[in-house]
Structure formats: C-alpha cells, structure tokens
Design a protein around this ligand. Structure first.
Ligand code: MOS
Length: 752
C-alpha cells in the first residue's frame, strides 16, 4: 500500500534533469535553419530616433537583416483587453519614439548569435533628446487607482467621531513617523530571457519562452502578431526563475517572432544580462511614509501608510506598495492607506516577488519596531497586542490564521527571550550583535478558469496534465504529488505534464497562488477520471463488470473492487483494449463567502555589524510560516529559504542606481547589482506550521472518499518568505548598532 507522498520530503521530479543539464530551457532549443537575433537599445531615456547608420552592420559577416523603426515595420499590433494588462502599451520597433533608456530600437538578424551580436554593436543612432522625468519624489503624482485584483489603492477608515487620520494621530499618546526610500531592484533570474520562434506558414507559430502565465502570454502574442489565438503555441517547460519578470509580455518575444515570420526561418533571441535590466522589468523605486499612533502600552489607535511608486509611461498598470500589508495586518480603529504613482520615462516596472508587500512590509514592520522602542514593549508582545482577529479593511475573518503561533514558535526556536532590548548591548571584539523580528503576510488569491486533465493508462501509470509553468519552484512536483495522493498510487507511476499552452489551461504561476489553484483541480480531475473508469468498467465489452451497476464498484488506491473481484485500472484497460481514459477537472465552484485568505509568518534575525567597517553579516535566521497544508516539505522549505534570501538582498545589497538626469539604470550588471551569494547566508531555520486551509481549496474529506484529498488545504508560498524579512534584518541592525536605516540597502556607509 503506497503511503501518501503529501507532506513528505520529496525530491523534484525534474531535479536530476536540471542538475545534469538534460532539462532544455528556452534558449537551448534548436530548429533547422535557425537564425539569431540581437537587440540594439536606446542610449537616451526620452525623445526620438532621428536616424540610424546600419551600413557597417549590414556589411558584416552573416548578417541577414537589420530591423529599425519606423522604416522597416514588422507586423506587430496592439494588445487589447486582458492581454493589454499583461503587456507594454507601445508596439516595439514601430515608431521613432524612445520611452526609456535601454529600449529596443533596432534588431539585427544573422546566421550565428556572435555575428548578430557583433553587428548590433555596429549600429549607431542619432536622437532628438528630451529631458526625462525620472524621480518619484519630484514628478507630479496620480492616484494609483484600483489594484489589478480590483482592491482600492486608497482607504480611509475612521472610528466614529474621528474627523481625519491626522486627528487620530494627534490624539494618540505615542506617535512614530518614518519615511522610507528605496531604489530600483531587479528579479535577476538565473536564466536570461530567451525565445525561439518557429512558424508554420504565415499564421501559426510555436514559441519556446519562459512565461509565468502561459495562457495570457500566448494570447498577448497572438494579438501582437495578428494571428488567431489558437495558432500560438507556447512551450515553457523549464524556466530558470520568474519572480515577476516573466508575468508581462515584454518586447523580446514579439520581436523575435515577427523577425522569424519576415525571414521565413526560425529565429532565436537571447537577451544579454545587461539588457535584462531594462527590457524585463524591475521593482519600482519608491518612497513610503508610515505613521503609527498608539497608547503608552503600544495599542494602535491609528495607522497611516502612504507610498509613491513609479508608473513608467510604457506600463498601464503597476504595483501599490502600501497594500496587502498595512490594510491587513494589525487591528486599529483608524486606518489610512494611500498609493500614488509618478509617471516617469524609465524602463517598464511591474511585479517583483511580494510586489506590494515586500517594500510595504519593510516600512510597516520597521515602524512597528520603532513603536516597540518608543513604548518599551517587546516587539513580539507589541504585535500580539495589536493582533487582528478580523481583516482591518473588510472586517471579515480569515479562512485560517495562526500568526500568533508563528510568533510563539519562532521566538522559542530562535531564543528570542535571551535578547537585550538595549541597542549596542552585545559586543564581541570588533562585532556588534543584535536581534530583530518582523511579520510576514501575503494574500492567497483564489483563481478560477483553469483545468487539469488526468489520463489513466493501461500500464497502471497516469499522466496529470496542466499548462502551468514551473519557474523552479517545484510546481510540477506538486502536480505529481497531488496526483499520486488523489489516485492513491505511488508517485513513480505519475507523469506530470506541464508548461505547454496546448495542455489544459494552467493556473498562473504568480502571486503565490499556483499551488492552491492547481491542487483542487488535480483532485477534481481524479474524481472525474475514477467516475469515468467505473462507467467504462460496467459498459465495455470484455470488462468483467459489464452490465453491473456503477454503485457495485469501489476504487481504492489504483484498484477497482466489486462483486467479489478486484483489478487494477491498468489491467482493466488492457483487458478491454483501451489505450487509456482521460478526463478533465470540472470548473471550480464558487468561493466560500465571508472569509479572507492570507498566509502568515514571523521572521527572527541575528546580525553582527563590524564596528570599524560597518559591514553587516547575518548570523542566524529563523522563519516560521503558516502556509496551510505543506505538500512537499523539501521544496516548501527551499521556497521559504529563497524568499528569505530575497529579503536579505533587499535589506543589505540590492539597488540599481537610477541616474535622475539621464534615466539610465547605472549598475545594470551582476558585477555591480549585488545579490546575496552562499557566503552571505547562514543556515536558515525554517519551520512550517502545516495547518490546512480547507476554506481556500475545498473540504479535506474524511478518509472515506475514493479520491485522496490530503493535498487540499495548501496555500502557495513563493512570496511569504520575502515579506518582512528585510525588516527583520533592519530591526536587528538597529538592535546591534542603535542606527535606524530607512533607506535600503543598509550598506556599510550607513552604519559608520
Ligand atoms: Mo509574482 S511578483 O506574482 O511573479
């Protein structure tokens, strides 16, 4: 009898393929007669291209074509409706307008990648330059408008008789006010964006490209290319990191596909690492102001969180950093959240891991630490005193919330009780030691409109298919685990089939929602395919149950039982000569009303700061997460560790300097844009509470069902490790040094 794999430490189904180089990423695919493209990017941030000199490029070896705008229009079109929300609002290489520094303005196509790259370096442009608008602090602001999920970007909830948030703050015994600024950050995914486009005729194309929302990406591509949506097939089987950079349809894939159609040959385009910094998005630079008003014993009376982020002119939608953290975390009678945007001539920005919550959480959880200092209340105790039993913005209860347990278990594991609340109290030679903590919260958005198919085969194996992409998260392994549990057969007999828009439409790999969007569909597809198996069993010729009633049969762990006989599904299918039976999930039922869904966590950090150099080193880190049911303990831990590392990068290392005068992102290389490496990271202690959330995914079942439901009750956990972890670092730095840094990253110069 197979034990359910749910909750165990499971190796990734594709782990060996990845580490041995056998897994093919988008840039690894070949096609007969392949040509290669390379982009030329703008060296001004705002204005027009007045002319190109392409003579040298055209004369260089192997060059097939040099595309420049507007003389050489490719057949590319606007995106509309849903696809417009997931793409840029200009058509690449269509006009002479330059919207940002680093925009694609020309494209060379040649026989080899090296020839294309060399020739691209020979293309020069002349410009008519305008002064770019670049600063979120200086430019006029516009209200952010509703978030992409439809939530308001501004809230003003006041207790009866209170005239304004300012009045509520003024009436508070203790007030903390802090302003935060952070520069541009990047996803810096390991795999560069790459695309291979192969046309059949003039209106049917297969693309290999990394995408987090494959169905929306393919739809956007169909619109960009002016072909019917079903004619675009996107294969996105292996992806080397998403983090939000592969949500939007940027300019690279449309340009490569259009070039391939013009040329009548397959074309591959791989961005350089430097091009990734301007052509595939970033986290907005932004300012935030948090004001907290509380009683002397730290009970909140007022919370105000304002933010100003960027809205690049090429993006119709961007993120609102005050959100999903300050309107969800603490009980307060007066709550004010306001997100504004400054329209800027800078590269497109969009979601980056915890897009609203990571920067919002740094600000709010730093301010809460300042309130702890101001009131003399322990930071954990302060958070428990302000614990919200219902959502502060909607007053609805949570489907599942065990944040108090995260605080308690985390404090215990970390040894929080041993700390000194006094800054600079612990010294070891040239190092100052300190500890800090912070909270994590991330919404668990329910997503509908997707499907999973299961095929039972005559060799007693099953294929579980859905178009979802696995960004390196282990999402494909979750499909296999959930399928094995649902069908009650060993994982070795499950083949997950993902990453292709010709499969049933897969849930988006965004917003930490893929797991809880996909798992209920796997369970439902298993229910449907078991029902179909029974139907076939009582109707098929050569079935021992032909003519029996479906109710005579019971499915258990891959075997049909009934009327004194038992047979595996494979043997039944072989007996009746069926090549296999296939069923898809039914559409998801309506959400359970009256509850809200979030994941939660608590971070505890110990840091040492060199008294002479200002260098901060993380020495210990504990994260306790409330993420619903844990499906793969190994991959879940990795996700949380990776999330925390993102937070440590946010706190200590990551920023791209946006030159305000030129709009250039000045350190757009991995030598200058620093991300943490192993030497920066200690062994991170991760603990998951493993408390299922059935109101999010559907009832867990009572063990009498024929289908296994152990994978229900999970919530996605791609972002929860990132939210709040930067604040835990900053709060530890304060405890170590007595220096409060509001402008991340906390570089050595800020600590001496
Ligand atoms: Mo995420 S920032 O929703 O890819």
């Amino acid at each position: 009898m197979p034990r359910s794999p749910v909750g165990r430490e499971t190796d990734r189904v594709d782990g060996r393929l990845k580490v041995t180089g056998a897994a093919e990423y988008s840039g690894d695919y070949l096609a007969p007669n392949l040509a290669h493209a390379h982009l030329v990017t703008s060296t001004i941030a705002r204005g027009k291209v007045t002319g190109f000199d392409t003579a040298a490029a055209l004369a260089s070896p192997g060059v097939l074509h040099v595309h420049t705008a507007p003389n050489n229009p490719l057949r590319l079109y606007e995106t509309t409706g849903q696809a417009a929300a997931f793409s840029e609002n200009y058509i690449p290489l269509k006009t002479d307008v330059v919207h940002f520094h680093g925009q694609a303005i020309a494209m060379v196509v040649a026989e080899t990648p090296e020839q294309a790259r060399d020739a691209a370096a020979l293309v020069t442009a002349t410009y008519e330059v305008q002064q770019p608008r670049t600063s979120v602090t200086d430019e006029p602001r516009v209200p952010a408008g509703p978030t992409i999920s439809g939530a308001p970007s501004s809230l003003n909830i006041l207790a009866p008789g209170v005239g304004s948030i300012d009045a509520a703050l003024a009436a508070s015994d203790v007030v903390v006010e802090a302003e935060f600024h952070q520069n541009v950050q990047h996803h810096a995914a390991m795999e560069p964006h790459a695309v291979l486009a192969v046309w059949e005729g003039d209106d049917r194309v297969t693309l290999h490209a990394g995408a987090q929302i494959p169905a929306a990406y393919a739809l956007g591509m169909a619109q960009r290319l002016g072909v019917p949506a079903p004619n675009v097939r996107l294969i996105t089987k292996y992806v080397g990191g998403g983090f939000g950079a592969r949500v939007v349809l940027w300019s690279d894939t449309p340009l490569a596909a259009a070039a391939a159609r013009e040329l009548g040959r397959p074309v591959r385009l791989v961005l350089t690492r430097e091009q990734m910094f301007t052509l595939t998005g970033h986290r907005s630079h932004l300012t935030q102001t948090v004001r907290l008003g509380a009683s002397r014993d730290g009970v909140l009376n007022a919370l105000s969180h304002r933010s100003v982020a960027e809205r690049p002119t090429t993006m119709s939608f961007t993120m609102t950093p005050a959100h999903s953290m300050s309107d969800a975390l603490y009980r307060t009678p007066n709550l004010h959240v306001d997100a504004q945007l400054a329209v800027l001539d800078i590269p497109g920005s969009r979601a980056m891991r915890g897009p609203n919550e990571a920067p919002g959480g740094f600000a709010l959880e730093t301010a809460m630490d300042e309130l702890a200092v101001a009131t003399g209340v322990d930071p954990v105790e302060l958070r428990l005193r302000n614990y919200a039993a219902t959502s502060p913005s909607t007053n609805l209860p949570w489907s599942s919330k065990h944040l108090d347990e995260c605080y308690r278990v985390g404090a215990e594991r970390f040894g929080w009780a041993d700390r000194s609340a006094t800054p600079r109290a612990r010294v070891d030679g040239q190092w100052l030691y300190g500890t800090g903590m912070a909270t994590a919260i991330y919404p668990a958005a329910r997503r509908a409109g997707f499907a999973v198919g299961i095929r039972l085969r005559e060799d007693d194996t099953a294929v579980v298919s859905t178009g979802v992409s696995d960004l390196g998260t282990g999402g494909g392994t979750v499909v296999a685990i959930s399928g094995a549990d649902a069908l009650g057969i060993p994982m070795q007999r499950i083949t997950p089939e993902i990453g292709d828009t010709y499969l049933p439409p897969g849930a988006p790999a965004v917003g930490s929602s893929n797991t809880h969007a996909t798992v209920p569909l796997v369970v439902d597809a298993a229910r449907n395919v078991i029902a179909e198996l029974k139907r076939v069993a009582v109707t098929a010729n050569r079935s021992p149950w032909q003519g029996a009633e479906v109710s005579d049969l019971r499915y258990e762990r891959g075997i049909l039982h009934g009327l004194g006989r038992s047979m595996t599904f494979g043997r039944l299918l072989a007996a009746i000569g069926s090549p296999g039976i296939y069923m898809e999930s039914s559409p998801l039922g309506a959400p359970i009303p009256g509850v809200v869904h979030h994941s939660f966590g608590a971070h505890f950090c110990e840091v040492r700061v060199n008294r002479f150099t200002g260098e901060a080193r993380i020495t210990r880190f504990t994260t306790v997460a409330d993420v619903g049911r844990v499906i793969n303990a190994k991959a879940a831990r990795s996700q949380l560790v990776g999330g925390v590392i993102f937070g440590i990068g946010h706190a200590l290392l990551e920023e791209n300097h946006l030159e305000l005068a030129t709009g250039r992102l000045a350190n757009s290389t991995l030598a200058d844009y620093l991300v943490p490496v192993n030497a920066d990271i200690p062994d991170i202690d991760v603990h998951m509470l493993d408390r299922p959330d059935p109101l999010l995914t559907g009832p867990l079942g009572d063990g009498t069902e024929e289908v296994g439901t152990a994978s229900l009750g999970a919530r996605g956990l791609g972002e929860i490790g990132t939210v709040g972890s930067a604040a835990a670092v900053g709060n530890a730095v304060y405890n170590a040094t007595g220096i409060r840094v509001h402008n991340v990253p906390i570089t050595p110069d800020k600590l001496i």
